[in-house]
Design a protein around this ligand. Structure first.
Ligand code: PRT
Ligand code: ZN
Length: 294
């Protein structure tokens, strides 16, 4: 393989746009056009391998790609169902495409909780993760493996419950189903194998992961600027969410006031601003942060 770092990404689907977006925010310049399998990053030695999400863990494990971005649900399922140990694991959590793998059943059926699962049928596209849950909880049930449309299984009479991904819950509701147990929480993850990379690739991966870290940190971070009475500085700085060491500066011609500036690494809510104001803070500005590197 060449010394260009190869990243396996979902070509089309729920992960694709957010994965492309994250890499673009990291400064990678590329365009995804047509049906090509490979897209070249113009300004860094990186190639993007555009595939179905299910193939990403094995492509990384088998050296078709160096790293990949995939749902944790797909990675864990592959780890549990592949014959020998899968050489691909989480290098970084990415915080998007969050969803849960849940057991769900009809409100009127005989399964209302995990305690009712013994001797019943569960339809799922995640036999590995579902079987692990059943075994850990000493439940004996039959798995009905499906390729999709799992939510229809109870109404067509092939299973009493399902185990499927849920995000808003609208699909379950539309099919008269209610989730009664979460067996896996998932988000998009960056995965890599344990193989060592060439020095060039290791370098570029290091740089990329630092940039991803910066993008993720800056997402919820805000820069706060305000003026405050000197007497309230301690209370005001205490209220700034997730900030250490704010900058405190004198204000020309205002002996009793100081200017405070701080990076807040947690969400700044309206309630926080109201609290700051109640302590005497004035001219409060909350600014977005585009990039961060520590
Ligand atoms: O074609 P390819 O094989 O690449 O894609 P795919 O069709 O297998 O996957 P895709 O694009 O649907 O999902 C990719 C990944 O997105 C999943 O592996 C999850 O990690 C993540 N994700 C996040 C979801 C959902 N949310 C989600 N809601 N994947 C699927 N769903 C489905 C779910 O299966 C159910 O049918 O959406 C429906 C439920 O959604 P709500 O909002 O009604 O609860
Ligand atoms: Zn898929």
């Amino acid at each position: 393989m060449s010394d260009r770092l190869r990243i396996a990404l979902q070509k089309k689907g729920r992960l694709a746009e957010d994965s492309f977006d994250l890499l673009k925010k990291c400064g990678l310049r590329f365009s995804i056009r047509g049906g090509g399998l490979l897209a070249r990053v113009k300004n860094m030695p990186i190639d993007l391998l555009l595939v179905r999400d299910d193939d990403i863990p094995s492509f990384v494990a088998n050296n078709a790609a160096d790293i990949g971005i995939v749902g944790e649900n797909v990675l864990v399922e592959e780890q549990l169902t592949v014959q020998s140990k899968l050489d691909a694991d989480i290098a970084m959590r990415l915080g998007f495409s969050r969803c849960k793998l849940c057991l769900a059943a009809s409100d009127t059926g005989k399964v209302q909780s995990s305690a009712d699962l013994n001797g019943t049928r569960i339809a799922t596209t995640y036999p590995g993760v579902t079987a692990r849950y059943l075994s850990e909880n000493h439940i004996k049930a039959t798995l009905v493996e499906m390729k999709g449309a799992v939510e229809l299984a109870p109404s067509i009479g092939i299973a009493e419950s399902i185990c499927d991904l849920v995000s808003s819950g609208a699909t379950l509701e539309a099919n008269g189903l209610t989730a009664f147990e979460t067996i896996l929480e998932s988000e998009a993850v960056l995965i890599r194998s344990e193989r060592s990379l060439s020095a060039e690739k290791a370098d570029i991966l290091d740089k990329l992961m630092n940039r991803i870290d910066g993008v993720l940190k800056s997402k919820d971070s805000k820069y706060i600027m305000l003026n405050a009475p000197k007497s309230a500085v301690a209370k005001i700085t205490n209220l700034l969410p997730g900030s250490d060491a704010p900058t405190i500066m004198p204000l020309a011609g205002q002996d009793d006031l100081v200017a405070i500036q701080a990076v807040c690494t947690e969400t700044v809510f309206w309630e926080t601003l109201e609290g700051l104001k109640a302590l005497g803070a004035r001219a409060i500005l909350v600014l977005p942060i585009e990039k961060m590197m520590s």
